[in-house]
Design a protein around this ligand. Structure first.
Ligand SMILES: Cc1ncc(COP(=O)(O)O)c(C=O)c1O
Length: 446
């Protein structure tokens, strides 16, 4: 039989247009610092940290060395009923950078698992306090919380859910915060804090004592970098507190310096009860996620359990395995030693200037951003998402990796980026978008 080693046929690719990809592949073969090399030998600048994962850049030797050393010393330990030193060390290091009393860390392998774990923690917390009827979750329109059934149920984009049946019962969605009058607002908009009152409406509709938690991305990432209006998250916090509802921040994209502080909750001055993280936790190189919970929640669940019995019947075979912890510790060392969160804060204004410099391009219909996250909306083509997909390919061919969802182009460069590299990202973007604007103009005129 002919070898199929180089066939593109057999991988069913995630969130990918499989048929088209296999006809016109976009493959990478190398990554170093801010740059990637594709299968044609061309160099691309990475404008989105892979997938918001690599704030320290690609090919970090410190992490590779730590991973190698760990594999040669202790490669695997069962995480149920056994442990190893690095998991405790990483938990302590994370506790040091999480806000408030989010002192206890539960390890997972992805953002999706972190979200589903956070939901289970919230449910068990209420049950141990005699409030087992609190099973409802409130999420938001345009939210993305991963793809497992918990997170999928929270998803605020119907297309992500429609193929998969009814999903979890008892999830409702409050309004998103992208108001038309706030278009082109840089950072937090002045108007819109009152959108938080939609949570109060749900409380009145369903009864406060049925709601376990409200789950929020501080900046809604995947569906277009929706920065919260000024005061919005504080108001959400107040409503939760008033009604005994837990507040869960999903920091899978926002965490680890993306908004200039370790976590976006710190940037917006709001501390949740539970916080999810993943992606940049290991600088993207080993799958790992985590859930940080408050002292109150950890103790409520663990203290209520039997003296020698398992208190929380949940976990993954790879929760906090040695190699992931080694990668996480090495990544945290780099972030600290190179002051990368501070660097993100410092670079943000230059970066956002460049995002906003695209405003004059006729097909750009909105721009949003904060910290090292920026997004531009493009006037849709014949069908929603069609022009966005062409732009994704054209950016790739022009030497830039950006994230495109529907007709929104998202930028989230690594924090090691130099100013001239930010210029390079936006020079390439401008050229591609201008070509599309000209074509759209020609079509409109014709
Ligand atoms: C806010 C948020 N939550 C959860 C997830 C899911 O993470 P993963 O793809 O690691 O499962 C993502 C992924 O982008 C995300 O942005």
């Amino acid at each position: 039989m002919r070898s199929q080693a180089n066939s593109l046929e057999y991988q069913w690719m995630p969130f990918t247009a499989n048929k088209h990809f296999k006809a016109e592949p976009r493959l990478f073969v190398e990554g170093k610092g801010m740059y990637l090399k594709n299968h044609r030998g061309e160099t691309l600048i990475d404008g989105v940290s892979g997938l918001y994962c690599t704030p320290a850049g690609h090919g970090r030797r410190e992490i590779a060395d730590a991973v190698h050393a760990q594999l040669m010393t202790l490669d695997f330990v069962p995480p149920f009923q056994f442990g190893h030193e690095k998991a405790f060390e990483l938990a302590r290091r994370l506790k040091e950078i999480t806000p408030g009393d989010l002192d206890y860390i539960f390890f997972t392998n992805s953002g999706s698992e972190s979200v589903d774990s956070a939901m289970k923690i919230a449910l068990q917390y209420h049950r141990t306090r005699g409030q087992a009827q609190r099973t409802r979750f409130v999420s938001r329109e345009r939210a993305y919380h991963g793809v497992n059934f918990g997170g999928l149920s929270l998803a605020g984009m119907v297309r992500n859910r429609e193929s998969f049946g009814p999903t979890l019962p008892g999830v409702s969605h409050i309004r998103h915060t992208a108001l038309p009058e706030n278009k082109f607002t840089r950072g937090e908009a002045e108007k819109g804090a009152d959108l938080a009152d939609d949570l109060q409406r749900h409380v009145e509709l369903y009864g406060a004592d049925t709601i376990a938690a409200c789950v929020i991305e501080p900046i809604a990432g995947s569906f277009g970098i929706l920065v919260p209006p000024k005061g919005y998250l504080k108001r959400i916090r107040e409503i939760c507190d008033r009604h005994g509802i837990l507040l869960i921040f999903d920091e899978v994209i926002c965490g680890f310096g993306r908004t200039g502080k370790a976590f976006a909750g710190q940037t917006f001055g709001v501390t949740p009860d539970i916080m999810t993280m993943a992606k940049a936790l290991t600088n993207g190189v080993i799958p790992m996620g985590a859930v940080a919970v408050s002292d109150k929640i950890y103790h409520a669940v663990v203290d209520a359990g039997p003296a020698k019995g398992i208190e929380f019947l949940h976990g993954y075979t790879y929760s906090g395995i040695p190699v992931a912890c080694a990668a996480g510790l090495a990544a945290l060392d780099i972030y600290r030693d190179e002051g990368l969160f501070e660097r993100a804060a410092e670079l943000s204004s230059y970066f956002l200037d460049q995002v906003w410099s695209l405003r004059d391009i006729p097909i750009v219909t909105d721009i949003r951003g904060q910290g090292m996250l920026g997004a531009i909306d493009i006037e849709p083509g014949d069908k929603p998402g069609a022009r966005g997909y062409e732009i994704l390919q054209d950016l790739f061919n022009a030497g830039l990796l950006a994230r495109v969802t529907n007709d929104t182009v998202i930028f989230a460069p690594a924090f090691i980026v130099e100013r001239k590299q930010i210029d390079e990202i936006f020079d390439k973007t401008r050229k591609v978008l201008m070509r599309h604007a000209q074509r759209a103009g020609v079509r409109l005129a014709g």
